[in-house]
Design a binder for this molecule. Sequence first.
Ligand code: ZN
Length: 686
Amino acid sequence: MRYQLLSVLGLSLFCLFFSTPSFAQHATCGFDHLYEKRYQEDAEFRAEVKKFNKLVVEKKTSQLISSGVVYTIPVVVHVLHTGQDIGTGANISDDQIMSAIDNMNDAFRAVNYPNTSDAEIEFCLASLAPDCSATTGIIRTDATGTGNYENIGITGGSDPNLAVNEVDVKNLSRWPTDQYYNIWIVTEIDANDGGNGIQGYSYVPILENNDKDGTVMLYNAFGYDPDGSLGYELKFYTGENETIKHETGHYLNLQHTFIGDSNGTDCPPASTDMNGDFCEDTEAHKRTGHDCPSGPLSLNDPCLCPVGQINDCTGEVFGPVIHNFMDYSVFTCMDRFSDDQIARMRTVLEGNRSSLITSLGCSDPASLIGAPVAASCTPSSTEPTENTNMGIWNVSLNTIDYSSGATYSDNISYTALPDGNGGGGDGYVNTCAGTELNIGGTYTINVTTGAANPEIVTYYIDYNNDGDFEDADEYLGFVADASNGNPNYPEHLLDFTIPGTAVADTPLRLRVISDYLNNFNDHLGDPCYSPQYGQVEDYTVKLASCDLTLSNISILPSIAQGETEMAWTIKIQELKNVATTGTITVVLPKDPKYSFVWDETATSIGPTTVNNSIWSLDTSNDSFYIWTTEESILGNNSTTLGFVVSYNPGSTTGVANYTASIVSGSGGENNFLNNIDAESLSFFSN
Ligand SMILES: [Zn+2]
């Protein structure tokens, strides 16, 4: 379930210049200048911005608010200290970090923030590292010696007197930007000694820059302790934790509410103008928060929020915009995002940043298969590019149904990191997704690839668990795209049988490699081949020499997106090497959000083959659609039913819950390990 729209990441520098205690000078920020300069000069950037804004308008804010679907973003916090003990100075404590994340969640879920709508966006400290091991989501690195970090901190070019070190510093610790929201905690920004000036900065998710993507935060601006009672390393004007909420707004494609105000001297243009913020519910205004008539600022200074003052851009008393997280208003003033802003953020999570919400970064490591031994080689794409749109889109095998992100953009544009993080290089993804299979079982694996160009996919499993794919039977085979790339996401289906010699009960590495059809001629069977345009993805399988007397049914719903309708399919699988017999029932609650017409003769729905003719649909129940079949499912086999869903007028996104069950006693088998299974599926409209 993902979008290919706008699948690359952005460049514009945003920075948040918080108030200086004395307000002696007006704040400046590189954002307006850099954004507008790039917008004027870079036609591709301009096109992507327009495309995104059109998408938001089409979706309508009303559809995106209170959708009932919560998106969770895995976060990794990289603490870049200079040798301090944990909890001292820039090496801030776990508690301080968690207070910041908790407060972000409160603000984005409207908990203790009664003036904002619930954005239904949450943040979790990562529990699963890129190598599939357990993690706290907090990585501490001594950055001394990199780009003069110990003297100037990080600098991205705002100060022409400082040598830019941003990428070198971020290279010390970065996790794949398509799977994690990277937050770097730094000692200084532009040699500000952790003091006034820029407190943090971030990047919009438009156009490539994965080596910078994420947010930089001063160590003493990241944490929530409004009254200073917890002893965190915070300044008296940063304890509300407003900077990270503001920067995360940028990260999710929000602009300043005052964008286009010419450094606070002009009233900005209309929201829908290129120079506006594209949110019609944020009134035109000049940046606020730096006009406090009396200084110095203190915690209880009453003059900070210009409530009741006249907005000289409207001639009327200020509306809610002065409380917006994306204004430059001071900390006691900020408490909300507008509904249009929330719609923009949710739209980007359904588009450019959709790989974050399908990331496994916050999975319980114990719930996964585990990590296989290290691979002897990790090939990477030599020329991944948006222009060819080649690479792996989705991989499905048994319970695996995984889309790592857009095709070409996985892990693009940075090379392997010294500590092994980052997945090893361009276009390589170690997904951590896994499934349990049976020795002797026959399975079908499928990889869908990018549209427009034909690709070959090769398949490998490290059956003897020695880290390579060179041993007998470990090359499963290849499948060429016979469609010549014409349909969206052509399939590459391969049947394979697991040999009796395979290692059981141990995580084993599964590898898939894709590349342009014509490139593969000399490389079929080479598991270390670095594709030119395609990608390499690794998964995990664990093999059981299982008890073959017990059935284990599984249900697996999926969606293929369309512009106005969606292809829904439900796959019922027998996971073990024994037939499932009896009456099999699938239940789907009725929901006024959508409707469909059942086609009992259909053999395919969207891109998926279905067996609708063996299923009977009963619509007479008030609450449920009920499908039944008396057909057996052979061991390690499956049957699929499907239908095309249309949204009903006025409906929003939602969740569909499915249940599959076997009614025992009606067939030859009465002994079930698991005769009922349930899954749910989040869906959304285009
Ligand atoms: Zn900003």
